[in-house]
Design a protein around this ligand. Sequence first.
Ligand code: PA5
Length: 431
Amino acid sequence: MKTTLRYDSANMLSHRVGRFGAAPEDLRGLRNRLARAKRAIVERSEAGEQGWLSCLDDAAMVKRIRDLVKKKAAYRTCLVIGIGGSDLAARALSKALKPGEKKLVFAGANTDPDELAGILSELDLRKTLINVISKSGDTVEPMATFLIVRDRLERRAGKRQAANQIIATTDRESGSLRELAEREGYDTLPVPKNIGGRFSALTDVGLFPLAYAGADMRGLLAGGRAQRDAFLRGKPEKNPTALYAALQYLAYLKRRRIHVLMPYAERLREFAFWYRQLWAESLGKKTDRRGNVVHVGPTPVAALGVTDQHSQLQLYVEGPNDKIITCIEVGTFDDDAALPDSVSDIPSLAYLKGKTLQDLIHAERKATVTALARNKRPNGTVHLPNITAETMGELIVFFELATAMMGELLNINAYHQPGVEEGKRLTKQYL
Ligand code: PA5
């Protein structure tokens, strides 16, 4: 499969946005570093230190997931319990792809009792498959939620039936969830040791719930491979992902440190939250790879076009020039709605005559990026032809690679999260 995603970077460049944009010499000066960054990513993958690129070829994983989907086909709903990297991808992709065979419901990403009560009040637990996902198997939020849900299910359906309805996605050997799964005889799916939560979208973590709901898992992987292979083939300065990372990095150096992702598609609303975690947790670090204290990291913001034009855009256009904005444009939506002829009766609405909602959303994005550029606000646009499993696979790997490239350029370890771990430890201590 060929890549279909395009990155339009014109408004990130100095000829459009002046000194806040990247000049040709800035990009030329980065060429060797981009090549080194790419080499480091390839080497980490080939050495097995990182597995998020090679998992895209994992035929055994696809079979394992398909077999389990068949084995557990009896339920109408799947309750996915996880947090952070263990649930954001499935949330984003299910919103984008709208798989309709089964319903996915999400819990465990908050310990708010009112929220859980609301979710459980709408579920018939006896007709619900439970997929609890935790790589460590010891994260308090999903584990606490799971223990409550399991207890209710056991009381309603009995211990043995409850065990049939639970799938634990976790480390192959360690953690409390693994221990529990083995003791109770749950079906399990593995989280590879060499893939961190936020890079696990296209592994058993993200793919099982999506495949269960009826999404095209092979399409997602094919799209992911297309992006990866394009990245591996060409020179980094010619590759959209590497260019995206380079421009974000240059903007960061020019003190544009708030990075906004603004998809123009309701179906990509949750995708911006997946990106936000990936960018923040990977790139926000205290020390560089040599151990120097550096405190680096852009601050990602999840926005939504067109909605946030009436909420955030005023700030983006006229507030402090400390941001870069990336829009995502979807070329063709699945549906459209024509404006009725009646609008021509009202002269002030005549401009809508003959137009559709797709015309409107495209015009609004174009207007936003032009207004931003005129006010010297660097911005770029990722174009997807449409929203399918393939294009979403491309989009996921585009941002994973961009994050990895940014990590190398910043010379930090993008794959750990010591700050989060400290919070996890302290919570246990306070309890
Ligand atoms: O990306 C990450 O590594 C984190 O966001 C984790 O996914 C999150 O903390 C949940 O961890 P676990 O899957 O171990 O429950």
